[in-house]
Design a protein around this ligand. Sequence first.
Ligand code: GN1
Ligand code: MG
Length: 397
Amino acid sequence: MPLKTLSLYETLHDVERIARVFGVEGTMIEGGAFGNGLINDTLAATFEHQGNARRFILQRINHEVFRDPHALMHNVERVCEHVRTRLEADAEDDINRRCLTLLRTPDGGSLHRECDRDGADSYWRGYTYINHCTSYDTIQTADQAYEAARKFGEFQRLVEDLPGGRLAETIPDFHNTPKRFAALQQAVKLDPLGRAASCHQEISFALSHAPVAWHLLDLHKQGLIPERIIHNDTKLSNVLIDDVTGRGMCVVDLDTVMPGLALYDFGDLVRTCVSPAEEDSTDLSRIEVRLPVFQALARGYIEEMGTTLTDAETANLAFSGRLLTFEVALRFLTDHLLGDIYFGAKRPNHNLERARNQFHLFTLLGQCEAEMDAYVDSLARTADRSARFSTRQQAAH
Ligand code: GN1
Ligand code: MG
């Protein structure tokens, strides 16, 4: 059944009704659109009940992108439960702010499906809101980068022993860059809206960098980079930072948690953190690679992942930023050619502007890669020395 496009008014009108389905009690005192996600509709609403105000996140899942919302929610339930169990086992504090808590329907499920008179389906889910945290689109300080990377590294570590078999692939080939490359070639060929002529420069740029797309998958095929459970959408805004302590608290947006390569997660963090400019900024002079931010990301991630990373993973940390930037630029450009059907557009040429921005960042990342590699190398050598030292110490006891 098709996905109905809701106006904000219609969506807000639904908020209270949907919240009730998930057992929320009390009087709704505020509600509105929330965050800058491009795929799902996200709302937040506060309810007052018996003198307490409680805030909730309600999300309508885009089932044209996530074709099997049931499998998706099954993944999310498994991941939330496991992360909580691991934090409890480690006797961590503040656990309710460090993992997501799903709202439940009366039958104990986490997904609510509705079908309107025109036969359009809507799939909803809800979470309790995590207070006193902020999600950033761009960062101000290297400390925030360190925290974000530490948190996504911790997330990969916490889900590494997820029981119950392989997670469902909620979007098959999500980070298969060669397939994204082929999709662009196909869109150029079809050119359904006649837009290719006006962006031939971006198209030729993309096509001339083909080898970038294959590099990590080649290493994976050679057995040098393993498959792991990863987050797959580690943009900076998907980690909540504590407003008081500045610590990374909780990883959110678990829709794409599924098997993949660890470097996809690190790479998307690099993409979204190193530059002070938003990904759709049209002022290319604002785009830059802040090396201290990259260094903080590498430190946070390596500290968490320790010696889990293989040599090939470590050696490609810097490259992964360039790869993920290239990949999303391919996706934006493809979507521009096909009529903005995936990411949507708030203004004409929005996806073309996003693509230009990301291709520019990709070029700048290439210029700094040797310096970034040298830094990672120095970090890895220190980590390796201290790991060998602690192994020796353990052996001595
Ligand atoms: C989408 O929905 P959101 O905003 O979290 C996209 C990511 C892109 C990102 C670019 C499922 O993420 O892959 O990197 O936009 N998610 C999906 O902003 O396609
Ligand atoms: Mg997302």
